[in-house]
Ligand binder design. Structure first.
Ligand code: ZN
Ligand code: MN
Length: 471
């Protein structure tokens, strides 16, 4: 029998607010254990939480980015469970009425993955297992999270891969999280079930907890799909259980029941007011959102003639895309500027982090003026490349670089001399040209451009050669 895969994802994303969700402690990653803490985030008796307004704004931004409707009124609830990383013995989260609901994320083939809800909540601390001991670091306790819950609309590991990738790109782009899976600022729980192809009822699902790499998610899903299919083939039953994926063995194993206990006894947190956000406020946030990366990418293809791959590269990172946006507004051929950004500027960055930070010594204005010189034919492609390299190395301006080394330094006499040399050393091109082969001029032009180290003005040289050839 053939089976199909059905998966839904719960994605936890740490928000990059300055301070934690209910206190003023820093959210900075790492740091000496238990130094980013206070009575509130370590659950001391009598300490009272105060909701960070920024967390609500970021949550709304996330919701709008994935087409959710925003609830003007939502509530903070207690999710009760006891575990050492949770000092209050409850997590403050949202239960029946979350901040955002009913959205979707569209995959590249047009399929829409439904988003059931997005709620805000606090992160727990971190347990560090060291030989016999378990150490606890509460630096992460109280770091704000959003949890994005999808419908079970994902039917292959490829779709899951694209969904996670897009979600990450989107949340980074709107600036609410760095979404670094390896640092744990983006983590996924995968709900997975199988059913015979043609069947409409959902099968029993299992949940794989806390995945922090896309490759891990894909491997875990492949393993779990096979495992569930094998059980059904034999006529067995799938147990609804919570699993852990072991990266080393590539297998899923059930978690201890204590960790998987689902009897949370949710109730409203009496220490916190309901979360109210007005329509006006929601509209203000909507207006401040950047145009989303996929929309920008489509525009780059449609209006500037970029390839979809180029457009995807430029919109992969907010700073890069903003840089290109500003440059493309002031040049005639944005596609050429795009090639310089992707080829030369990206060439300087090794890691994702570097591309994301996009730290270069060249301002948008300087880059645009270089591109304009190229468009006007004042400099050729080669000189533009050399100049851009120097700009990136030294931060010097276009005018300084080109004044010093170039262009105007070539005298009429030098240019005359180079053109005569070009004719003398390329007799075949001269004959071809005189026979009417316009293209032969390119060989002569190329010679002069090389001789002048790209400093000659191509249009001047072409003119001069034509005159000489007609003598
Ligand atoms: Zn604190
Ligand atoms: Mn959660």
């Amino acid at each position: 029998m053939r089976y199909e895969l059905i998966a839904g994802l719960e994605t936890h994303i740490e928000l990059s607010t300055e301070s934690k969700i209910f206190c003023g402690c820093t959210t900075r990653f790492a740091g000496e254990p238990n130094t980013h803490c206070c009575p509130v985030c370590t659950g001391q008796p009598g300490a009272l939480p105060v909701l960070n307004r920024r967390v609500v704004e970021y949550g709304v931004m996330a919701g709008l980015a994935v087409n959710c409707s925003i609830n003007e009124l939502s509530f903070m609830d207690r999710k009760n469970y006891s575990y050492p990383d949770l000092p209050k013995a409850y997590q403050i989260s949202q239960f029946d009425i979350p901040l955002c609901q009913d959205g979707y994320l569209e995959l590249s083939d047009g399929k829409r993955i439904g988003i059931e809800r997005i709620h805000i909540e606090e992160d727990a601390g971190k347990l560090i297992h060291r030989q016999e001991d378990i150490l606890i670091d509460y630096n992460r306790a109280g770091v704000p999270l959003i949890e994005i819950v999808s419908h079970p609309h994902l039917n292959s590991t490829e779709q899951v891969r694209e969904y996670v990738d897009k979600l990450r790109q989107l949340m980074r782009f709107i600036g609410i999280s760095d979404c670094r899976m390896q640092e744990g600022s983006m983590r996924c729980d995968v709900n997975i079930s199988v059913r015979p192809v043609g069947e409409t009822a959902l099968g029993t699902r299992t949940e794989i907890k806390n995945m922090n790499s896309i490759s891990g998610i894909v491997r875990a899903m492949e393993y779990e799909f096979e495992r569930q299919c094998r059980i059904l083939e034999r006529g067995g039953k799938i147990l609804q259980e919570t699993l852990r994926f072991d990266e080393a063995t590539g297998q899923t194993t059930p978690m201890r029941s204590k960790e998987a206990d689902k009897d949370y006894r949710f109730f409203r947190d009496p220490d916190l007011l309901p979360v109210y956000i007005s329509k006006e406020e929601i509209e203000r946030i909507r207006a401040e959102l950047p145009q989303l990366p996929f929309v920008r990418a489509q525009r780059y293809v449609r209006e500037y003639g970029l390839s979809p791959e180029e457009a995807a590269q430029l919109t992969g990172y907010r700073r890069v895309s903003d840089f290109f946006e500003n440059v493309s507004g002031s040049v005639r051929t944005p596609a050429v500027a795009a090639k310089f950004i992707i080829g030369q500027i990206f060439g300087r960055f090794r890691t994702e982090k570097e591309k994301e930070a996009f730290e270069i010594k060249v301002s948008e204005e300087e880059f645009a003026s270089l591109m304009k010189l190229l468009e006007e034919g004042t400099i050729n492609h080669n000189l533009a490349k050399i100049t851009l390299e120097k700009m990136m190395d030294t931060g010097a301006s276009v005018s300084r670089l080109l004044d010093k080394d170039a262009l105007k330094c070539i005298s009429e006499e030098e240019l005359d001399f180079m053109c005569r040399r070009a004719l003398e050393t390329n007799p075949k091109a001269v004959i071809d040209y005189k026979k009417g082969k316009e293209k032969a001029l390119m060989a002569l032009l190329g010679y002069v451009m090389r001789e002048s180290n790209g400093k000659a003005e191509a249009s001047d040289v072409r003119e001069k050669l034509r005159v000489m050839l007609s003598e």
